[in-house]
Ligand binder design. Structure first.
Ligand SMILES: C[S@@+](CC[C@H](N)C(=O)[O-])C[C@H]1O[C@@H](n2cnc3c(N)ncnc32)[C@H](O)[C@@H]1O
Length: 233
């Protein structure tokens, strides 16, 4: 990764919430510790899974139910989840361990920081960002994960042709995402310029999506592919 591709700001895209763990979540961390990666290693399929299956990274999987469902449904694909929220990490270890999902691993912490340290350019086939914190106040917009600096940084880890899939239930953020992504060099909108994408059948309902639907919100999916063009001078 080039020095210029590293975002300089250290503004965080999350708030660390202190919540205690349920009994099941304690079991997740104790019985199924193998699903949680602690030792630093390259974030690639060969290093993490010992094979060269396509790798999907999900940033901020929350409680992880939808990521587990996706990994269960697509065993020939590897899934890596990175989340700061400890109960979510513990819950997904429990669910993945129970199902013995060999194609899913998780890491605790800030996905941007992990990528910066251990990410390998062009190693991801898909990048998923489902119902990220919308940071609705204007003064907090700089904390949004879909932000020009972050999406340029994330692009370097997608293989050419790899897809960045976003979804949100917050209309102003959906419009912001569309504007940011269409301005971002090196991405193409798979739904055609100016359009949101129909919800892919492969994306399970998430906890925050359910919450949004119950509040009467709409749902917007966006799929952008990394173009072949190399942007480095
Ligand atoms: C609103 S929740 C959505 C969770 C889940 N995707 C869903 O739809 O139910 C957003 C999650 O993203 C996580 N998050 C935000 N920024 C992150 C980052 N830089 N790295 C890892 N996780 C992050 C938060 O901890 C939070 O759990």
């Amino acid at each position: 990764m080039t020095e210029s591709a590293v975002p300089r700001r250290t503004i965080q895209t999350f708030v660390r919430r202190c919540s205690s763990l349920t009994r099941q979540q304690h079991q997740g961390l104790e019985l199924y510790a193998d699903w949680r990666l602690e030792a630093p290693t390259a974030l690639t399929s060969p290093a993490l899974f010992g094979n060269d299956h396509p790798l999907t990274l999900e940033i901020g999987f929350g409680m992880g139910h939808s990521l587990v469902a996706m990994a269960d449904a697509e065993r020939e694909r590897n899934f890596l989840g990175i989340e700061v929220h400890r109960p979510g990490l513990a819950q997904i270890c429990y669910e993945a361990g129970l199902r013995q999902l060999d194609n899913l691993r998780v890491i605790e912490g800030d996905a941007l920081a992990h990528l910066r340290q251990y990410g390998v350019p062009e190693s991801l086939d898909r990048l998923q960002l489902f119902f990220p914190d919308p940071w609705p106040k204007k003064r907090h917009h700089k904390r949004r994960l879909v932000h020009p600096e972050h999406v340029a940084f994330l692009r370097t880890y997608l293989r050419p042709g790899g897809v960045f899939h976003m979804a949100t239930d917050w209309q102003p953020y959906a419009e912001w995402m569309l504007a940011v992504m269409e301005q971002a060099p090196g991405y193409v909108n798979l739904a055609g310029a100016g359009n949101f994408h129909p919800r892919p059948a492969t994306r399970p309902l998430t906890k925050f999506e359910k919450r949004g639907l119950e509040a009467g919100h709409g749902i917007w999916d966006l799929l952008f592919a990394r173009t072949e063009a190399d942007l480095t001078p």
